[in-house]
Design a protein around this ligand. Sequence first.
Ligand SMILES: [Zn+2]
Length: 143
Amino acid sequence: MSSSSSSSSFALRAELDLWDDVLCYCGKLAPILPQWSRRNPGRQYYGCGSYKYGTGGKNCGFFEWATGEMDVRCQIVINSLREENVDMLREIEALMIVEEKLRKENNGLKDAVQELKRSKRDLMRAVICLFVVMIFLMIVFVL
Ligand SMILES: [Zn+2]
């Protein structure tokens, strides 16, 4: 068990050392990038060393697979997991919107509770004043 895992990590290291020697047409070290097509989900390839992701800048168009072809079962499992991940990210976004809505609603309810407490306090003062006036009037009319 442990010898198989150490031999596979050795093979991986050997593969990594090999990757460092690949140059693109520009003469630069070719970085290893994952491709995310349905047919090759996560399969790694060498790209151009001048290419900067997201900038769409100048590159020589170098492309070479770094790893072997992918097993069909692996493709299916990885694609399925990626779809699940996308679904979960959408669900998280939707839940974040609901959370924000509930937070605002909660703040509104807190304000309403404060307003009700103020109204209750004012009403109690009015009742006490009325009670005092009634006692005063009773004393005046009885005496
Ligand atoms: Zn290049």
